[in-house]
Design a protein. Structure first.
Length: 578
């Protein structure tokens, strides 16, 4: 990677400035409410930026453009259920959580059901969030691994250690205030990257021509039906139905029951501020995510005319070139380059046809572009087979490296450092919020509830810091196993969350809406439903978004059946009475 001294200066100065600003603004009170909930004094716009900063991790900015580059814009459908979920949470969830004046969402479950239901749900959260945060720790480590060739395992330890110090030092208020500054820097940097991608196109090619190219290459597949050969394909990951329905259930669980998000709007001054922050998130999240994915389309159009690598993980490329498969790699790169020439020629003909409004030329050029893109995919798949043979166990999914490679190949010195700092900032903001959520649940739902109910505020504050450190270490351990996931990081995190989110959501839905169901019924319904969700996933029956629906609906239905069955048993007269 072309990372020079000015880039290091920009990177270090940006990171230090944001961290210093956060610590300066924090002044957290030395108690649990101050450390975890910012003393419940945040205005709605800080809540909004904190919610978005927690969700938009480094994974979003590092891998979402690559997701669009390889699979097109259809990933945006994943977010279509989010605005509806924000309305439901604002109307139903927020008033209940605020009225109970709780630290974690799972305290409600003990009040509504019993201790074991609260403990089970909190444990599922700790498991899912601990694993996904470990993947988030891996994301910035991957940059240094690719950029400088650092050993990925030591890099995880180094990055995780910095994150622990950052999180423990500032508390929730520092995280909230730094996220507002991060938000501004992040989107300025992404806009700059998009500008350069378009500006480096040949003369006569601008935004409109770029959109035509990516559209006819199959990348502007914003809305898809999921129907193949006349039947709905349940394995299709992203379509309008999985996005609206499955995405709604996922967003409802993530923002409504995941402590990393609930903890964000519990920091608000009052219900109105919480609701406003959530509703604004529903309003702005989809278009902002659309722009991030669109950046991947810009990168795609850039690499049609620029020298494009057949594989974007340059470190793994170097490893393959040191094996007996080096010649085969070169052979496939040459075939890829030849195919790229066909793409360029088709793109030029398409522009000429558009300029002259020649429909015959336009149709022929569009067809040629589609064929060439399909050929590119075939060559890349052949290369991945070669890589698997050359470096057994290597991760052949290079989606996570596409945007990073573009930044390295194209941006001027200094801007590379800014883009890298953006990814680091996004990582630190989201991971810090997650570590706070993990620590708050551990101390409130387990330590304080089960072992020391009368601990002082000062002791609780110190324990909160200790558990933050412990969870930081755990996420570093998880990150060490995140190198070869086989999916883009953004998909991996969402798949992992979908293993648990439906079950957790189902427990809360029963608690809110089905009053006759008691603790035993919902507890065993959750256990059974979690088994059903995992069976559906490992049997490869449907795509991961539907798991959220399966989990939530299963808990509701099974808990109702168990309650009705239990009631009938209790009402049935005994033999003695007969």
């Amino acid at each position: 990677m072309n990372f020079q001294t000015p880039d290091w200066i920009v990177l270090v100065v940006t990171l230090l400035a944001v961290i210093g600003y956060g610590i300066y603004k924090s002044n957290a009170e030395k108690n649990m409410e101050g450390y975890f909930l910012s003393s419940r004094q945040m205005p709605w716009w800080i809540v909004l930026l904190s919610i978005m900063g927690t969700q938009a991790s480094a994974i979003t900015f590092l891998t979402a453009p690559g997701q669009a580059y390889t699979d097109g814009m259809r990933f945006i459908q994943y977010y279509l259920g989010l605005p509806i979920a924000m309305i439901v949470i604002a109307v139903v969830f927020v008033p209940i959580f605020n009225r109970l004046n709780i630290y974690t969402a799972y305290e409600f479950l003990e009040k509504r059901f019993d201790l074991k239901t609260r403990t089970l749900t909190s444990f599922l959260f700790l498991l899912s969030r601990g694993l996904s945060t470990g993947i988030s720790v891996f994301a910035p480590s991957m940059i240094l691994h690719s950029m400088l060739g650092w050993d990925i395992y030591w890099t995880n330890i180094f990055m995780g250690g910095l994150l622990i110090v950052y999180t423990v030092a500032g508390g929730a208020k520092a995280v909230a205030y730094t996220q507002q500054l991060q938000f501004v820097i992040i989107y300025i940097a992404m806009f700059i990257a998009g500008y350069y991608a378009i500006s480096y196109l040949p003369a006569g090619f601008g935004f409109q021509e770029a959109m035509h190219i990516v559209g006819k290459s199959g990348k502007m597949n914003i809305i898809t039906s999921g129907v193949k050969y006349g039947k709905f394909d349940w394995m299709d990951k992203y379509n309008i139905w999985s996005g609206v329905i499955g995405g709604f259930f996922l967003a409802l669980s993530y923002f409504g029951t995941d402590q990393s998000q609930v903890g964000r709007y519990l920091t608000a001054k009052n219900i109105k501020e919480s609701r406003t922050g959530l509703l604004m998130n529903g309003f702005v999240k989809v278009p902002l995510q659309f722009l991030i994915l669109l950046l991947g389309c810009f990168v795609f159009s850039y690499y049609i005319f620029a020298d494009a690598p057949v594989f974007f993980n340059n470190k793994l490329e170097k490893e393959v070139r040191q094996t007996i498969y080096a010649n085969k790699y070169d052979e496939l790169q040459k075939a890829f380059d030849t195919n790229q020439e066909l793409k360029r020629s088709a793109a030029v003909r398409l522009k000429s046809g558009l300029d002259k409004n020649n429909q015959v030329v336009i149709m022929e050029a569009r067809h040629s572009l589609a064929l060439a893109e399909n050929k590119s995919g075939q060559i890349r798949n052949q290369l991945k087979d070669v890589i698997t043979k050359a470096v057994p166990g290597a991760d052949t999914n290079d989606t996570n490296y596409i945007f990073l490679r573009f930044v390295s190949d194209t941006l001027p010195v200094g801007l590379i450092g800014l883009i890298i700092s953006v990814i680091f900032l996004a990582a630190w903001g989201s991971i810090a919020a997650a570590l706070h959520a993990l620590a708050s649940c551990t101390i409130v739902d387990f330590h304080q509830r089960l072992f020391d109910k009368t601990m002082s505020e000062k002791k609780a504050y110190r324990l909160g810091q200790l558990y933050t450190i412990i969870w930081g270490v755990i996420t570093i351990v998880v990150a060490e196993f995140a190198y070869n996931l086989g999916n883009s990081l953004i998909e991996a995190v969402n798949i992992l969350g979908s293993w648990f989110y439906g079950t957790i959501l189902g427990i809360f839905l029963v608690g809110f809406f089905i009053k006759f169901v008691k603790g035993n019924a919902v507890f065993w319904a959750a256990v059974i439903s979690e088994g059903i969700v995992l069976c559906f996933y490992f049997m490869n029956i449907m795509s991961f978004l539907w798991l959220n629906v399966i989990g939530a609906v299963s808990v509701v239905l099974i808990s109702m059946l168990l309650s009705v069955g239990q009631r009938k048993v209790l009402e049935k007269p005994s033999l003695i009475e007969c």
